[in-house]
Ligand binder design. Sequence first.
Ligand code: GLU
Length: 483
Amino acid sequence: MAAGNETSPVVTRFAPSPTGFLHIGGARTALFNYLFAKANGGKFLLRIEDTDRARSTDAAIAAILDGLDWLNLDADEPPVMQFERAPRHAEVANQLLANGHAYKCFATAEELETMRAEQRAAKLPMRYDGRWRERSPDEAPAGAPFVIRLRAPKEGSVTIQDRVQGAVTVANAELDDMVLLRSDGTPTYMLAVVVDDHDMGVTYVIRGDDHLNNAFRQLALIRAMGWPEPVYAHVPLIHGSDGAKLSKRHGALGVDAYRDELGMLPEAVENYLLRLGWGHGDEEFIDRSRAIELFDLSGVGRGPARFDTKKLESVNGHYLRLADDARLVGLVTPRINALLGRDIDARETGLLSALMHDLKPRAKDLNELAAATLFLFRSRPLAMDERATKLLEAAPDNILDAARMTLGQVAEWSAENLEVAVKGLAEARAIGLGKVAQPLRAAVTGTNVSPGLFEVLAVLGREETLGRIDDALRPQKNEGPAA
Ligand code: GLU
């Protein structure tokens, strides 16, 4: 179905378990839920599934919220904290108990262990055998602990019309009577998810296909309550470029690492994640508004998507070129400060701003961008890197002296005038422009790559440019204080 054509009201949710950072797969799930909601005039909700008290941490909650915020995936309502809702979960379990859709199971841990050992020995699937399904609680010793189990259908089968996976059928005989409420009164994850999705009014469950099996159990519970069934869309997980499930080794980092360590722009990560598992023809660069126009579940592929860091870098390069110069100056300045070990001042920020337009097309991430600006801030005499040294050595005789003279005579220090002057010199010497420009670039930047040479000279200014050339002409002075 095309974007915007869903018939029922669309309410989606992202339901991360805060046991670690927001990883790239989770970010993609959040993005798909967000876009699907927005494409259909619906709502996107957030639920923090913090019921696993041993593994959930406040730091992980903060990292998830921070990651979503960076990616601009704002939920339409404040996040629902699952653990706080435990009394409501217990209420539903007790309601099912009262209407006969659930029952108390008094089987002890040892008993269940024996049951499983026997099943294992007989090579049978390990499932709860329903030993308390038909028994009366009166048969249990007084005060004995119990769990509440769902009385799931035993006959027939369930088919889910999954929007990504297609029709998937499971025989009810394969599903046992799952625990809803533990003996300490705490809800299981299955119960909590179903109750929360219902209470939040979720109509579309879009999540990783590692949850497809859970959907059958969750559906049994939904039907026992007589609640409306959501539409399911189980999205294939992301794999590494070698086809194995994505792990740290493949660059499966937290979203924060893409921002902080790799220097990616959020819109680039978003575009990359969107195209990872979803497509619209050959369209490669799809920004937020276009994505909202186009996103649909039929465009989600059934095969696992492969994560490709090189591709992400090229998408990032694209968005760097499009990004506003002032924004990039803000983003790159802390990185420059870290590289220099000091904070650049207002004058230097001015240099950076003046050159940003020419600097940004050359970088694929903010780290490269920062590194490429350093020549602006280094103090004289500049250290020459190997390639710059080679260029200076290979320069035609006296060409740098001649360039120094020519530039010294330029009256108004502008990129255009500097270009005219240097071109004139190359012509007078009957040599290619590069023969002058390359040693000049080496002398003023200490390296062999930079934005347009004349922009660089213009931004550095007359005094600094001529000073840097003088240093390169008299390298012996670089060795220590002048005698
Ligand atoms: N909390 C689950 C997870 O992080 C998601 C549950 C769901 O989406 O239904 O994998």
